[in-house]
Design a protein around this ligand. Structure first.
Ligand code: AMP
Ligand code: GLY
Length: 419
């Protein structure tokens, strides 16, 4: 088979690698990819949906895998399916589960899916009135896609009004802030899980855990994700609960409403005293969770993708490695705010001495025959070992061999799994 992966980050690097490992896959193309991914896979630039269609038809691509949420929210799947192209990912209407928090919250409320109590507002005055009556903390969320940054936890009324003004009056998140969700703050610990689904049946993965804040001990502003580990052993007891009370009702409701979700559904959960509750759904794989989930997956990933677009998920079983995987991200200094680009990346000991450690590239590009930094999250390392401590050690050892000016990373990735 020939496969095309859409996206440019470390997540897409991991997806391309998982597909390439299938004996059934001959070539993996990535668009646009990056110059780090290009060391191992063919990258190509297909800026418009039409370019993708033409590439797929002229190269006889068997299926397209869409990594990020943006093209899904813009209807890439609708477009490609209209041209009889096999694609893994939800149609635009189903992608609203991520692109509209109000849609996702309403769906959860109607179907009794455990989540934070909330209200949706399109008018500043009504939202302000509501905030004046709330108990704190509360969580303010811009409705649309805001690259993981549209969520503000406010601890008192003054902070709440300031943030509301920024969102609804000052356009801090663009049009994403025209509609705002205000919800109850949930106390607990976070974990995430994916469901592979064809819109009818689903099968869920093991649990992983992201580290969203930039600094150790979850301090500082939220980022796209600074590292992850899997499996999260203490989450395993909730697997059946999540399948029965979260994935089953949401997928059945979407099917019933005429928006069946086909692809990878991400559930971000807060495990509270009363059990897991949904923080958010995403309409795609998580980044960096994918970089720890796929390396532990023993089932052929191309078979999983095929079962999604041929609607054979009911026949699917998943087999997992007994190991642990840890992914540590190295970012540019200043990220998630302003940062500089163009720092030369050196791989000091590229002798493959550390087995089972793999570099996934995101914000990088080639300049005068050197790989240089070209984004906030630059690269990440995933390591596997029989125990979590071993995987953590190995990931940090390999990361220490990769150097660039301003290299910023957390030193506590995976530690929560040791408690
Ligand atoms: P989201 O983009 O909805 O995933 O939110 C980003 C992060 O904000 C989550 O990963 C949580 O850490 C935090 N968060 C969002 N909603 C809540 C909530 N209702 N209670 C507590 N924390 C939340
Ligand atoms: N790791 C969180 C996300 O991909 O949205």
């Amino acid at each position: 088979m020939k496969v095309l992966v859409i996206g440019s980050g470390a997540r897409e690097h991991a997806i391309a690698e998982a597909l390439q490992q299938s004996k059934k896959v001959e070539t993996v193309f990535v668009s646009p990819g990056n110059d780090g991914i290009a060391k191992e896979h063919s990258i190509t630039s297909l800026p418009q949906f039409e370019n993708i269609k033409e590439f797929v038809l002229s190269n006889k691509i068997d299926f397209v895998f869409v990594g990020p949420e943006q093209p899904l929210a813009e209807g890439i799947v609708d477009y490609l399916q209209h041209h009889n192209i096999n694609v893994v990912g939800p149609m635009k209407a189903a992608a609203r589960i991520e692109s509209s928090k109000a849609y996702a919250k309403n769906l959860m409320k109607i179907n009794n899916i455990p989540t934070a109590i909330y209200e949706v507002f399109t008018e500043y005055d009504l939202a302000k009135e509501y905030l004046e009556k709330c108990a704190y903390p509360q969580v303010l969320k811009a409705d649309g896609l805001a690259a993981g940054k549209g969520v503000i936890i406010v601890s008192d009324i003054n902070e709440a009004i300031e943030s509301l003004k920024d969102m609804m009056l000052n356009g801090a998140f663009g049009t994403a802030g025209d509609q705002v969700v205000i919800e109850e703050f949930m106390e607990g610990w976070e974990t995430s899980i994916f469901a592979f689904t064809d819109g009818i049946d689903f099968i869920s993965t093991i649990f992983s855990q992201d580290h969203k804040a930039i600094f150790d001990e979850d301090k500082g502003p939220n980022t796209g994700g600074m590292g992850a580990y899997a499996p999260v052993k203490k989450a395993a007891v909730y697997h059946q609960f999540v399948d029965e009370n979260i994935f089953t009702p949401v997928l059945e409701a979407m099917k019933r409403d005429g928006n069946p979700f086909q692809g990878i559904l991400y559930a971000g959960l807060m495990v509270t005293d009363s059990g897991p509750r949904v923080v958010e759904f995403n309409c795609r794989f998580g980044d960096p969770e994918t970089q720890v989930i796929l390396p532990l997956l023993k089932t052929d990933f191309a078979d999983i993708c095929t079962s999604i677009f041929t609607k054979r998920v009911k026949d699917l079983t998943l087999e997992w490695s007994d190991e642990y995987a840890v992914n540590v991200v190295a970012a540019s200094k200043g990220y998630p705010d302003k940062y500089e680009k163009g720092m030369i990346i050196a791989d000091l000991y590229n002798d493959h001495s550390i087995k089972d450690a793999k570099v996934y590239y995101s914000g990088v590009k080639n300049e005068s025959n050197h790989l240089v930094t070209n984004g906030g999250r630059v690269l990440s390392v995933t390591a596997k070992a029989n125990d979590l401590v071993g995987a953590i050690d190995k990931a940090y050892k390999r990361l220490s061999e990769l150097s660039f000016e301003g290299k910023t990373y957390r030193t506590d990735i995976g530690k929560k799994g040791l408690i």
